[in-house]
Design a protein around this ligand. Sequence first.
Ligand SMILES: [Zn+2]
Length: 697
Amino acid sequence: MKDFKRYLITAALPYANGPIHIGHLAGVYLPADIYVRYLRAQKRDVKFVSGSDEHGVPITIRAMKEGITPQQVVDKYHTIIKDSLEQMGVSFDIYSRTSNEIHHKTSQDFFLNLYNKGLFEEKETEQYYDEKAKTFLADRYIIGTCPVCGNPNAYGDQCERCGSSLSPEMLINPRSALSDATPIKKKTKHWYFPLQNYEAFLKQWILEDHKEWKNNVYGQCKSWLDNGLQSRAMTRDSNWGIQVPLPDAEGKVLYVWFDAPIGYISATKELTENWQDYWQSEDSRLIHFIGKDNIVFHCIIFPAMLHAHGEFVLPDNVPANEFLNIEGDKVSTSRNWAVWVDEYLKDFPGCEDVLRYVLCSNAPETKDNDFTWKDFQEKNNSELASIFGNFVNRTFVLMHKLCNGKVPKLHEDVMDDLDRNLIREIQNSKVKIQNAIEEFKFREALFEVIDLSRKGNKYMQEKEPWKKSVDGGPLTVDRKLIDNCLHLCLQLTANLAILFNPFLPFTAKKMLHMMKVVDKMLDWGNAGSTKLLSVGYSLRAPEILFRKIEDKEIEEQINKLKTGLVKSENTNTKSEEKEKLLANSQQLKAQIQYDDFAKLDLRVGKILSAEKVEKADKLLKLEIDLGFEKRTIVSGIALHFKAEDIVGKQAVVVANLAPRKMRGIESNGMILMAENAAGKLIFINPDEDTDAGSGVS
Ligand SMILES: [Zn+2]
């Protein structure tokens, strides 16, 4: 590998149209932060930049729906996102925003540079226009039938089913995603970037020169390149965004994917006057951390732009991750099927490192992966608490009990194979962890660190210092064996602080406090050494590093996820629009057999009473008459119906659903609801009043 003098690490700009969820952390921000913390501990020159992406059509639509300005939308979410990332310990050198003046200027200059070289194609085309919504429709906002596979819900830029790259003109029966109206064609002028002119360059640069890129990234690039590239419009009709800096461009803004990656440059400019060292010097290493949905923008379009401009370095690597699912289901912000970082921070104060640990050890590095609350609890309780936390705690407790709270001596004369083995393990682990991090294999690296703690526990278990006698003075063999064991366990503890630091920075800080040492000890160069804590140095009393997480907390989170699963009217992210459309689509669930259906016991019930559940704005507590018995059912419909309006209504009840506790109330069953495209809920009940308890089949 080339010897780089400095590093510029970027993390994808989150879209300021909603809070961030743990999928964002696992996919982008944690791996980037781990890598940066490691580089800093290595004393390498590194800058870590990101910021909010504040332009684009979804923001204007959101503002329109909420009756506020786009600026108000982005101000709100920029703050929420910035705070969440900061509190999770994501240690940006700068977290900027694309609405800043410096970014507008930088993007316009970039555009003009390409324009003045004559690199854009200026085309007047007829584009789809929604007369109802009075707006031109960006590609994503036109849906229609895919000409390749027949998917009735393909987008104007891509078919999600067969992966074909499309243009709106290729869709059969196009319709507006905003109003469902059939769009009309209207003339408009735009500036296109002819990607096909960079095909040869990109093929050489990626397919030949960057064979080391992760398989998922390399593979996606190859398939884009093999399919051939086309001109892409780099401007849009909108009044929200960066003005196209040309005289005849009223009402035109830069395409959000033209300006967003330039945000990395603007943020670096804002951070340091030496920004050119990082962007324009061949010995700088640029690395983009992103999710898989952004690969084409970071590996094809942005590098082609940078290459065309000519004054910038290109990314040396783009270690994109796949997606993180939640409890076996795809994250969907529109269905609220997500674990929101700001909510996690409120529900689990002081447990930032636990989430960092679980997300990293489960990171979707090579394929989509699953987050479950049970696994979260399991990893905390049986790895962090019982292996790592327990080892550190035992070491400190025994050192206080058997060695007067001071680092004991190492007596070479009684060292045995177990001791020498442990020292070797500490040295080997450092090398393995380092190699894995350098290759962006953070899961593997983290596994090695926890495994080293496991080896520490095993070592102590075999040495059993508590069984040795402390009587008889400093020169007895027993005394020396106690000293050696605790000396090495303490040196291992110091090593664990260094090795865990990129992953669990809050915990590493606590350990420094316990060991009464300064931050400098965390320098990566110290790892592997067994001379980190000086003999005779007195250490503080242990603190508990990880508390147990109780079943109750986990149940609450699972319930929260399930009861929160209401369709919101809001559209939170760029990809949410996409999900919302998918959710409304005609795609069926997997086929079932009659036997599967026959397991359901559906009954007609009558609502006897309904009341709001305290502190749960989505829940109603219903008393339901099933003829043969009365039931309490908690239902997540409070945002849709007033309690008093539904008393006396009939409803179809799933009568044999296992009971579930919600907000301390046991719910015995579920009522069925239809939901229309706008997310409105409608009762399912018999056409005429029917005896309570009647079966439905
Ligand atoms: Zn298709």
